[in-house]
Structures are given as structure tokens and as C-alpha cells.
Design a protein around this ligand. Sequence first.
Ligand code: FAD
Length: 461
Amino acid sequence: MAHDGSSRSLPSTTPCLSYWQRTTRAFPHLFANRNSTVPEKSKYVIIGSGISGGLTAFELLETGVEAEDLIILEAREAASGASSRNAGHVRPDAFRGFSAYAKVHGTEQALKIIENERLVLQKVDEFVKNHNVQCDFNLTTTFDVCMTPEFAKYEADSFEAYRQAGGDTSHIKYYLGKEAQERTRVPGAVAAYEWPGGSSHPAKLAQFLLQSVIQKGARLFTFCPATEVKQNETSPTAWDVHTPRGTVTAETIIHCTNAHAALLLPQLESYIRPNRAQAHSIVPTPALAAENALQSTLSLRYSLYHFYSLIQRKDDGTLVLGVSRTNPTLSEETLASRFSTDDTRYNEEIAQDAVRNFGDLFPSYSSEGSAHGEGVDHAWTGIIAMTTDSVPFVGAIDSLPGQYICAGFNGHGMARIFTCAPAVAKLVGQRQWKDTGLPECFQFSPERLSRLSAGDLPSIW
Ligand SMILES: Cc1cc2nc3c(=O)[nH]c(=O)nc-3n(C[C@H](O)[C@H](O)[C@H](O)COP(=O)(O)OP(=O)(O)OC[C@H]3O[C@@H](n4cnc5c(N)ncnc54)[C@H](O)[C@@H]3O)c2cc1C
């Protein structure tokens, strides 16, 4: 079984730990059932225990599925994929991606995509409040900070295109020059846009979902990769899910395997592609600590494809700095290394670039030097799932009756899963696509696959 950069691979078996994982090692279900054999039968099998898998399980139980009828298979420790390795942003795109989405999916769908992201933030906020989820969710505002006049022009054009198409911009504020610099605290800012956004401790959120369904009676099998799904020989409506610890027969299978979806669904091989992404945690110097802590999250953009994302955690003041997958200042070798499923280590050149840029963006951060213990604390990687039309695959796989998918989040799942996973749960419960409220372009269909070119479309994240 491949563990390489191919989309038909299992996750690597020796992943590094992220800041989020390092701070949640006491989660009691981290290694749940790691030595047990899987049951011979289960009505529902969810493959993948990230936020997609966990929330799909949670929602299925809410719709009346018996917890004892549901198992979750996870290739590594609980929630050890992108959900526990991201940059912590729960950040809807308010308008930037509109033109790019419109080119691929048309104006109406592009409007729906942007509206859906705004809804996700609201859904996460409601979910966290309703279930008292201790995941350090911080509902605040977020800035898109334009660091060059060229990018300021791009943003202005996108904003105008979105507005003219009828998009709601009433929640977006715009700042130019000195005002942008003061609001964002970034002296080099050319312009900035601000709208509601948030951050969370994604591993705590993923673990809450798993804990909750396990408490109700669902079973999680960690270190138990699904290696093959085959039609059952005696029942035409059942599937055999093969694992190294036995074969489980199920009527309903939900693929929540994100970047690795094509291993079990080879028809997706050309359309869902793993890319390695990297993030860093930084302990602030006094310039960004205590009353100087950042109150909003930021996306600091030199161009559409060269940017840094930044959140500062309310709970411990840690800064989490994410980086774009492309960056013109990096070597060819480093840029090529993103086409990988290897999350065992981080890339030193990317880390150095990120920290250097962070210092340039916030000169006050290092103006007085740093004490031992301040500065970069940790760096890690994770694997994101890019789809060739920049939107996730959601819904029934009609050619494989009983199988569903919720995957392909383009490095942007925190702003999408909270509408997509509940949608899959509805579809499993025989509701119609229109009941999901999702943009139609998210729906998995053979027509969509045949429309897709195998070429990479621009990443919108
Ligand atoms: C460095 C980085 C920064 C990011 N920053 C952000 C951000 O700030 N905001 C944002 O919105 N998004 C961000 N993302 C993306 C976000 O984390 C993902 O979109 C989201 O976590 C996807 O969730 P998921 O549950 O679909 O996939 P995952 O969390 O990847 O879960 C899939 C799970 O399936 C398991 N699996 C795979 N194949 C098999 C198999 N065959 N059998 C059993 N188990 C299997 C994996 O081990 C994994 O646990 C970032 C990602 C990375 C890596």
C-alpha cells in the first residue's frame, strides 16, 4: 500500500505531532480499540475520524441512527489528519474567491459558495454554544490585509464583482493606507478588509465530536486503515470493508478520508490531490502578549497565491502562523515537495521564510529581542485535499449504492465541514439534495467528474 504523494495512498504511519496534538495527548480515545478486531457487521461505517467523520457520526446519531450500529475506522490515532494539524482559522471567504469560483461554476453557484461559508461560521458558533464545546472557539473578526498595490487592486475588483452580482457586502469593512495599518497593526499594509471570522483549537473540536459519539455507544477503531471496499458476495446491498484487523460488512459507508479518498475510490484519482501544508506556533514577545495580543485573525497577502495566515489564541496567547502552498521566494525543490502525503516532518526553508516574514510584517515583535522561551515553538505539516474544481465532493456515490463521500476540502474545511457533514447525514437518511441547502456544485455526480479537467484550478484558500 502506497504512503507516497499519490492520491491513492494511505496516510503515513509515522506522522509528526502538531501544536494542537501536543496539547491534547490526554484525550482518552486517542488510541481507541487499537488492538481489537473490527466487528463482522455494522450498519454504518464511517472511514476517517477527522472533523468530517466525527461530525457526520454526530449528525447521524442526531437523526436517529442507533449508536451501536455505527463504527468509525481511522488509519492512525484519533483525528490525526488535517483536522488536528491546521492553522486554526474558522474563516469564511467573504468575497475574494468569488470571481475565480464564478469562472468555474458560474455566478449563481459562486454566490452560493460564499454565502455557505458565512453560514458555516454561524453554524460552528451555534454548535459550540449549544453543546458547550471546550475548543477555545473565538468568534471575532478577520482581516484580509493587502500587502501590495497589485493585490489591493485584485481584492477591490473581486469585491466589486461580488457586489455587482448581488452578493451581500454589508458585513465587510474596508480600510485604506494609514487606517489599514492602524487597524491591522501591520505597518506595511496597503489596504485591508474586515469581516466576522474566528479561530478554534481544531483537535479539541474533533475530539469533542468523537468523545460524544463514543459516549453514546458508537465505536472508533484507531490504527485501523480501510484498505479496500468490495461488494459483498452474498448480499448485493452490502459492502465489505477490509482492514488489517478483519473485514466489516456494512450497508452504508461514508468516506471522510479527505486527501486519501482516492485509495478507496479510484475514480477520484485525477480530481482529488494531496498537498502538504505547514503551520507554526510562536510564543509571543511582549509586543504581542497580554494587552498587546491581536484581537482579530489575519490573512496577510502579497498575491493571490502568496500569503500567510495568523491567529492568536485567546487562551494561551500562542500565535499560529500558516503559509500558502506557493511562494515565489522558495526554492524549486521546496515548492515541489508540497506534492506529498508525507506529514512526518516539516520543511526548514518554509519555516525560516515564515518566521522572517512574520518579523517583517510585525517589526515590533522582535524589536527588543526575545527571551529564552519566546519565539518559534513548533512547526508541523498536514495533508490537504485539493480538488480540481476547488469545491468538496459531498453526497451519494450513485454508482456504488450505499456509499457516500464528504471530502476534498481544499485546505479550507473549517469553513465548510459544518454544513457539508450535516448534509451527508441528511442524504444518508434519504432526504433530497435540495434539503441540504448546499451549493449544487458540491454534489458528487458522474456528470461533475466528466466535466472536470485533470488540470489544477487555482486554489482559493
Ligand atoms: C497545515 C494546515 C493548515 C490548515 N489551515 C486551515 C485553516 O486555517 N482553516 C481551514 O478552514 N482549514 C485549514 N486546513 C484544512 C483543514 O484542516 C481540512 O480541510 C479539514 O481538517 C478536513 O477535515 P476532514 O475530516 O475532511 O479530513 P482529515 O482531518 O484529514 O481527516 C481524514 C481522516 O481520514 C483518515 N484516513 C484516510 N484514509 C483512511 C483510510 N483508508 N482508512 C482509515 N482512515 C483513513 C486520516 O488519517 C484522517 O484522520 C489546513 C490544513 C493543514 C494541513
